[in-house]
Design a protein around this ligand. Structure first.
Ligand code: GLV
Length: 318
């Protein structure tokens, strides 16, 4: 007897649905799992699983049989904040899934730009001086906040390029070559040791507004900031004030409390802010599909959702 197909609803905004539908259908077909992967368009599909990115609010009203929702990204704060998300519905997020190396590349590009003064070259600013200063001293210490699947890869990449690296996380983490600090008790010391701060934090009730003026002032004067985590971990006005007061040298921001970043936001035009439109870690299709297909196979084999990589502890927020 053939098994009835399991229905999976795909509900994505700010991502194009069709290529994902194709990729998931191919992913399930490749392992011979009978699955119907269908776009959610507002009418009930009686789906058992949903694959979502910032889904429409009515998804959870309409799909009443959902057993697990898969977030097609690493950050779940948007999904968890949805009032319609049933309290008991398990959420599973992507863990690295190919994002981490791309984010490490993005960060290392900015490390090279900042530490070697690469902005002096190219385009209208191009300098004809062959004998410009080359940095020959000790490289500045890079401090990575958030040492999970993404932050740890960023920290390791900076180690590979010979930067002294310190790291900060909620609970202690050991990463080779990284001097690690943890918890509230370690934060001031971590910041004081950091010249280039890389924010790779998830947004949770613990990390919201964590980097306010007082904390930014713990950094050595002229330190730089690169934010690839979440905009809500930094207080925008405090960041602008720290830049204007010369406490911070510059900021590279890829994530914002409101996305898209509103056109009139001062970050767009600030001379010492580089804005990129949340592109440091695009979700690569193949590893993302593989991770979700594997998870569904494991569930079909009776594994507990809590044992899957990326199961979200709703109390912890990630
Ligand atoms: C991107 O920001 C993600 O959360 O995957």
């Amino acid at each position: 007897m053939t098994q009835p197909a399991t229905t999976i609803a795909v509900a994505l905004t700010r991502m194009t649905t069709d290529p994902w539908l194709r990729a998931f259908r191919e992913g399930f077909a490749a392992i011979g799992l009978p699955v119907d992967v269908l776009p959610f368009t507002g009418t009930a599909l009686r789906a058992r699983f949903a694959i979502v990115w910032l889904p429409p609010e009515d998804l959870f009203k309409v799909e009443r049989d959902l057993q697990v929702v898969f977030n097609l990204g690493a950050g779940v704060e948007g999904l968890l904040a949805m009032p319609g998300l049933p309290a008991q519905l398990p959420v599973v997020r992507l863990v690295d899934a190919g994002m981490a190396p791309k984010m490490a590349e993005y960060v290392c590009f900015h490390l090279a730009r900042l530490t070697r003064g690469l902005d002096r070259f190219g385009g209208a600013q191009g300098t004809p001086d062959w004998n410009v200063d080359r940095p020959r001293g000790a490289p500045p210490t890079v401090g990575v906040m958030g040492l999970g699947a993404i932050g740890s890869v960023i920290a390791q990449a900076a180690v590979r390029f010979d930067y002294p690296v310190v790291g900060w996380s909620r609970t202690p983490r050991a990463i080779e070559g990284v001097r690690a600090y943890a918890g509230a008790a370690g934060l001031d010391e971590f910041l004081a040791a950091t010249r280039i701060l890389v924010d790779a934090l998830p947004l949770t009730s613990d990390t919201a507004n964590l980097l306010d003026r007082a904390r930014l002032q713990r950094l050595p004067r002229g330190a730089h900031l690169i934010n690839v985590g979440r905009g809500g971990t930094i207080v925008d006005d405090d960041l602008l004030a720290a830049l204007d007061a010369g406490e911070l040298g510059s900021a590279v921001l890829d994530v914002f409390r409101t996305e898209p970043l509103p056109e009139n936001h001062p970050f767009w035009r600030h001379p010492r802010v580089t804005v990129t439109p949340h592109l440091s870690g695009p979700t690569p299709r193949r590893p993302a599909v593989r991770q979700i297909v594997d998870a569904i196979v494991r569930l079909q084999h009776g594994e507990r959702v809590q044992d899957l990589p990326g199961w979200v502890d709703r109390a912890r927020g990630y």
